[in-house]
Design a protein around this ligand. Structure first.
Ligand code: APR
Length: 246
């Protein structure tokens, strides 16, 4: 017997899924706002703002180099939540768009095709002068020069920092406007614009669902909420979805 009691008599055909750090927690990647989270050890303004990068690029590179190294370690793999979401893609008749705030590549590794990295990607770097994007080396330093302009101090992680515009917002809002179901997985709901996606989807008539370890800051915005580890909840939800008539 499924725990999911949602108002669908058939599979919704357009679905948007927002993911946050919680979906990668069971892969061994630290979240941001837990008691052992990344923001306990680092000041946001030092390592995740354009001003911090201008002040101390070496510190910022050190922060992202360490995260990149962990992501590429042999022990880091997608977990059952990433796998289940990738499987959901073939069960959705219209479009399933996964919008992730995560900068890891675990959704891709699980086989997710329709995916937007709204906060950028750890495995990419960008020239600040030309906007040219490159694959990231394992270690990036402030002394590295880019191929496009050959200048110093122009390469930065291709990450959206606080105060910067998230990526692909037009595509995201278009998908939110047309979805029948919006699901938020593993995010604390503290960072906008992602924290506003539930309301946006609801305005357009979508059913909204939160799957998280605990109630997020925006939990009361959701029509349905289920709490537990994503590695268990997401596969259970995909089983429920698969059992719905097409
Ligand atoms: N399964 C499901 N949810 C989990 C799990 C798990 N195994 N572990 C933790 N969570 C939940 C936490 O309860 C919390 O609500 O995931 C959420 C993680 O919240 P944050 O650490 O705030 O991460 P996120 O919401 O993704 O942060 C948003 O903030 O710092 C910026 O740019 C960064 O993209 C990030 C953004």
């Amino acid at each position: 017997m499924t725990k999911f009691s949602l108002p669908f008599s058939r599979r919704p055909s357009n679905v948007v899924v927002l993911t946050g750090a919680g979906i990668s927690q069971e892969s061994g990647i630290r979240t941001f706002r837990a008691s052992d989270g990344l923001w306990e050890d680092h000041r946001i303004e030092d390592v995740a703002t354009p001003e911090g990068f201008a002040r101390d690029p070496a510190l910022v590179h050190q922060f992202y180099n360490a995260r990149r190294e962990q992501l590429l370690a042999d022990t880091t793999h997608p977990n059952s939540a990433h796998d289940a979401l990738a499987a959901l893609e073939s069960l959705v008749g219209g479009e399933l768009l996964v919008v992730t705030q995560n900068v890891d590549d675990l959704h891709e590794r699980a086989g997710q095709k329709s995916l937007v990295h709204m906060h950028g990607e750890l495995l990419k770097i960008r020239c600040e002068v030309t906007g040219q994007v490159y694959p990231a080396p394992l270690t990036l330093t402030e002394r590295d020069t880019c191929d496009c302009c050959g200048l110093r101090e122009t390469l930065r992680p291709d990450i959206v920092w606080f105060g910067e515009m998230p990526m692909e917002m037009d595509r995201i809002y278009q998908a939110l406007a047309g979805c029948e179901l919006f699901i938020s997985i593993g995010t604390s709901g503290n960072v906008y614009p992602a924290a506003g996606f539930c309301r946006e989807a609801k305005l357009n008539g979508a059913v909204t669902l939160e799957l998280n370890l605990e109630p997020s800051s925006g939990s009361t915005d959701f029509d349905y909420t289920y709490y537990g580890p994503a590695g268990t909840l997401v596969p259970e939800f995909v089983d429920y979805f698969q059992a719905l008539p097409q």
